[in-house]
Design a protein around this ligand. Structure first.
Ligand SMILES: [Zn+2]
Length: 146
C-alpha cells in the first residue's frame, strides 16, 4: 500500500494551524529551529513551487507581505530565512511542497555556525530540537492572531 502523504491529511497538523485561506495553511513547526518556525503548506498535493498556479502564487506572496510583520513582532525577530527544499537531494523530507519561515532574533548574529541554514540543507541530528508542548503551541497561536 502506498504511504499516505502527511501534509495531505490536515489531522496531522490541525492543532498547529494559525492561519488558513483558500489555498494554504500556515502552521507552527512542532520542532522549531527557532521560535516561530512556520510552515506554509498548500492544500493541494504538489511537490514543487513551480506546481502552483498564478493565482496561488499571488496569494502566497500577498500573505507573506501581510503576515510576516506579525510573525516577526511576536517572536521579536529582526530577520528571517525563507526556504524551500525540493527533492531528497536538497533535503526535502516530506514530498509535499512546504515553505519554511524561520524568524531570526538579533542574538543569532553572534552564532559561530548558522545551524538554521545547515538544517535546511540536511537534517543535522546533533542539534537537539525541542518538541513544543500543546500549551506552548496554543499560546503562540493566540499571540499570532492578536
Ligand atoms: Zn500531499
Amino acid at each position: 500500500m502506498e504511504k499516505a502523504c502527511d501534509f495531505c491529511n490536515k489531522n496531522n497538523f490541525a492543532t498547529r494551524i494559525y492561519l488558513e485561506n483558500k489555498y494554504f495553511y500556515w502552521l507552527l513547526n512542532r520542532r522549531p529551529l527557532k521560535p516561530g518556525h512556520t510552515l506554509i503548506i498548500p492544500k493541494k498535493h504538489c511537490l514543487a513551487l513551480t506546481d502552483l498556479t498564478t493565482e496561488e502564487n499571488s496569494l502566497l506572496l500577498n500573505d507573506l507581505k501581510k503576515y510576516l510583520p506579525q510573525l516577526l513582532k511576536v517572536f521579536k525577530a529582526v530577520g528571517y530565512n525563507l526556504a524551500i527544499n525540493f527533492s531528497e537531494t536538497a533535503g526535502q523530507t516530506v514530498p509535499h511542497l512546504h515553505i519554511h519561515i524561520v524568524p531570526r532574533p538579533q542574538s543569532d548574529s553572534t552564532e559561530k555556525v548558522d545551524y538554521v541554514r545547515a538544517e535546511f540543507y540536511r537534517n543535522t541530528p546533533e542539534i537537539n530540537r525541542t518538541l513544543l508542548t500543546e500549551q506552548e503551541i496554543n499560546q503562540q497561536i493566540k499571540l499570532l492572531n492578536q
